[in-house]
Design a protein around this ligand. Structure first.
Ligand code: GDP
Ligand code: ZN
Length: 301
């Protein structure tokens, strides 16, 4: 046992133990420690989870064990899967198989935007589309306010661009519909990992979900990626007024506030300074209508 403390990040949970990777292991101390929590931590009701920045003490050098004494406050918290301090949400959308659907893609993008974190779009399976059509799709995504990274886990094309993007952020998590190739992308990013890749099955071309526990893997010195695909069930905010900011192409139009009305929902009302000439406008309006009908009193929303 050494009488020193160290800081690190929780990279995995194992039953009642936390696996902690030290940021800067002091001389003679292993870089990865199996830790318990100080009981007062649980008494305070503060849970410790993957992604948490922690301070460890009572380090047992021989057994590579320690005790988590303190948890830093979180910069972000995702619940599905539970991960603290995520800084980048990577939304993976296939160019084909399953075919690109603006509606479904947007659901995932809106859910990603709800986290308030940086969002990176990845267009996967680029090998399935001729270059001119791929460029059209990229251009379409730019119209939605995103600069997509198009890649193929088959050919490896574009994978390096995503690696660089992930290396530029502290903690990235992937999400997207089943079967778009998330596990394949993670296998490309973390070659030592070998996640099971689910075959796209049946007429619906939906893949199976094959991964469960969250674990963080280092990519370069200061960045990590969660090995588990993130939220798979997209959802929308309860308040219709919160929908607009989730569309980057609409958000860009709202600074400075262009409308005569403070509570404007930007549906072409006279005095509203927001254009209705954008591709996802109709999607925005139908989303609004859905939220308004759900939030009507007496509907249990
Ligand atoms: P996930 O459900 O999003 O994790 O998707 P998987 O990684 O399990 O992949 C689903 C299916 O798509 C598998 O049959 C993969 O072989 C296939 N796939 C994944 N990446 C690519 C790619 O870049 N190109 C092509 N053509 N197929 C891919
Ligand atoms: Zn308006």
């Amino acid at each position: 046992m050494v009488d020193t403390t160290a800081t690190g990040i929780v990279v995995a949970l194992q039953a009642n133990y936390l696996e902690v990777e030290l940021h800067d292991p002091p001389e003679g101390i292993p870089g990865r420690l199996l830790c318990t929590r100080r009981t007062r931590l649980s008494h305070r009701g503060s849970s410790v989870n993957v992604g948490d920045e922690v301070c460890v003490e009572a380090i047992d050098v021989v057994q590579a064990r320690a005790v988590v004494a303190n948890v830093a406050s979180r910069t972000s918290w995702l619940t599905r899967p539970p991960v603290a301090n995520v800084s980048l949400v990577v939304v993976v959308l296939a160019v084909d198989q399953p075919s690109f659907e603006a509606d479904q893609a947007s659901r995932f993008l809106l859910t990603a935007e709800r986290t308030g974190l940086d969002v990176q779009v990845v267009l996967s399976k680029r090998d399935l589309l001729p270059p001119d059509q791929l460029e059209q799709l990229c251009e379409r995504l730019r119209g939605w306010g995103y600069e997509p990274i198009a890649l193929s886990s088959e050919t490896g094309e574009g994978v390096e661009a995503l690696k660089q993007r992930v290396k530029g952020t502290a903690l990235a998590v992937l999400c997207g519909p089943s079967g778009v190739g998330k596990s394949s992308v993670l296998n490309r990013l973390l070659p030592h990992l070998s996640l099971r890749v689910g075959a796209v099955s049946g007429r619906l071309q939906r893949g199976r979900h094959t991964t469960r526990h969250v674990e963080l893997f280092a990519m370069g010195s200061d960045s990590r990626v969660a090995d588990t695909p993130g939220f798979n069930r997209p959802d929308l905010p309860n308040d219709p007024r919160e929908l607009g900011v989730l569309f980057p192409e609409l958000r860009q139009q709202m600074d400075p506030w262009p409308c005569r009305f403070r509570d404007c929902l930007h549906r072409g009302e006279p005095g509203c300074g927001v254009s209705t000439a954008w591709e996802r406008y109709s999607l925005y309006v139908s989303g609004l209508e859905e939220l308004i009908s759900l939030s009507r009193p007496g509907r249990g929303g």
